[in-house]
Design a protein around this ligand. Structure first.
Ligand SMILES: [Ca+2]
Length: 190
């Protein structure tokens, strides 16, 4: 590499590093991997079954809570810096099933496991945002955000099948699981 090209490459590297540092500092984000863009649940404690789904509210991925026949839960703890009152924000989407058994419950817990507040997600095919200002009295303590999903199933008629007489015609039905998804989980302060 020529000297001039080397200097240029070093300058570009410096710009990239500087930009990254500034971005990280400006966001003041306390949640790790809240957008699931790693394609996994890195940074979260998993109970049951979850998976990154190519169904993002932002970016490519969101996190699907549960699998067919199993619930799914993730939680993450964060330390609220002294003197600060951060805001919790997340997006979720719940897909309705036929049995009305699906659930999405998001809970904010204090350091003793007590419930500070809780949300029951609306299951209606739409992305919803929830924002919540964390009370300044929790500054200096460790809180946990927990997200639990219980999938449902949906049935879809694909066609009318008529076997040879005298058997009656019948609808052929496929059954598939439907889920709740979360994305853009953030606890940040300005
Ligand atoms: Ca995402």
């Amino acid at each position: 590499m020529k000297v001039r090209e080397s200097i240029l490459a070093l300058l570009m590297l410096f710009v990239v590093i500087s930009t990254g540092a500034i971005t990280a500092k400006a966001s003041n984000e306390l949640i790790i991997n809240g957008g699931f863009e790693n394609g996994n649940a890195f940074g979260w404690t998993v109970v049951g079954n979850v998976m990154a789904a190519r169904f993002g509210h932002t970016g490519i991925f969101s996190l699907r809570l549960g699998s067919r026949g199993d619930t799914g839960q993730v939680s993450q703890s964060f330390n609220v810096p002294a003197g600060l009152a951060p805001t919790l924000s997340f997006w979720y989407l719940g897909v309705p099933g036929d049995l009305d058994t699906e659930q999405l419950i998001v809970t904010l817990l204090d350091q003793n496991g007590g419930i500070i507040t809780q949300w029951n997600g609306e299951i209606d095919y739409r992305w919803h945002q929830v924002t919540y200002s964390i009370d300044p009295k929790y500054a200096g303590s460790t809180l946990t955000v927990r997200m639990f999903g219980r999938p449902d199933v949906a049935h879809e008629i694909i066609d009318l099948y008529c076997p040879p007489a005298p058997l009656p015609c019948r609808h052929r039905v496929i059954t598939y699981a439907v889920y709740a998804y979360i994305d853009d989980v953030s606890v940040s302060y300005s």
